[in-house]
Write a protein that binds this ligand. Sequence first.
Ligand code: SAH
Length: 444
Amino acid sequence: MRLFVGLKTRHLAQKVFSPSAAVRWPRPLCTCSPAENKPHPSMLKHLTSKIKSTGPISVAEYMREVLTNPVTGYYVRNNMLGVEGDFITSPEISQMFGELIGVWIISEWMAAGHPEQVQIVELGPGKGSLTKDILRVLHQLRSVMGGASVSVHLVEVSPVLSALQAQALTGSESHVTTEGEEPVYRRGNTPDGLQVSWYKRIQDVPPGFSVHVAQEFFDALPIHKFQKTPRGWREVLVDIDPDRDEQLRFVLSPNATLASTTLIQPGERREHVEVCAEGGVVLQHLSKRISERGGAALIADYGHDGTKTDTFRGFKDHQLHDVLTSPGSADLTADVDFSYLRRCAGGVACVGPVSQNSFLRNMGIDARLQVLLKNCPDLASRCQLLRSYHTLMDPGQMGERFQFFGVLPLSRVQRPRPQTGLNLDKTQRPAPLPVAGFTELKYA
Ligand code: SAH
């Protein structure tokens, strides 16, 4: 089925693209001290003593420990985003990215019939730039949003990053909560008076109509790795290398593991498979929230539709980094398997994945670029703006590698049943509005 962005979305986009919309470029550089990014020897010690006591660990356990161990985890200790960090992401490249996602949120809110309360939920908000850009659009379009009450809910495992997010969104208007207030661990207010709350897990966010955004979040969740062998599927594990001091190596489990017997699809044709079971659980929570209380989820990440094999890799100082060397000093990541996420969704409709290039173009990035270019004060800023546009959009850069995937209530995309015979049903729903940014619909 082919659908195109509806008029309502274009109308919204034109409003946002008015010359009064603020230009914010370049983004400030990250302010992490170089010491923060140093390798952490205690992480290697922690892993080797774990392996010595329990035997080789799964790649998922390795990734979970390295990234989110509460004391030494890479995300927990570091501010890794930006030019001086290990990698840079779309919201850090250009304000246009978050602004267009803000327009998407409003279009889904309108399609849902303008609920009075709307929760913006971001998973893995990094430096808070995406939510900041979204909230600026919501503020500019407050006449469209009417009196809807907006609150912000951030799912973030890192205390370092949550402090940066708080600074970006609330200035000094936030505080770490006291013990009785769990599961919220930080609260604050934006300058417009919107309440912002921080949680460690999606299941802790209160129920209610919510539009969820996860940009480069799923790629950071732990994956299991499996290899096809003549004896069947075997899980890839991480072990201590007996031949090299203080080094880790991959080994194959001699027998089937619980993960290898439950996570591989029957009839799987690939020889090597990565499965992000934790991502599947997050998707199940999102599906439940959306099917019960309405809303939507927009997942933006690099990924594939069940075709790729070995994508596990590390990043340090914007370079590829061996995943088993100096654990804790580099980001670990794997491509998102959208076909797996679709299989985990239940009672909802899934749209996409579509490329970042198509999504942003469907959302009107070209019109937004023109407005920003007109308002650029000098040639250098114009060049910078064009460069950032090309980074987001060019197929050789982020345009094709990055994909957008949507999760929506079934009612959002179901066509009304064709009428047969005498029609006495006066309550028939109108045809659903097209989903902004996407052109093709698939059902879970
Ligand atoms: N969305 C941001 C940051 C991407 S980096 C951007 O695009 O710029 C991944 C983010 O997810 C970080 O904020 C990291 O701390 C957070 N994160 C990683 N694993 C997490 C987990 N298991 N639970 C919650 N947050 C997590």
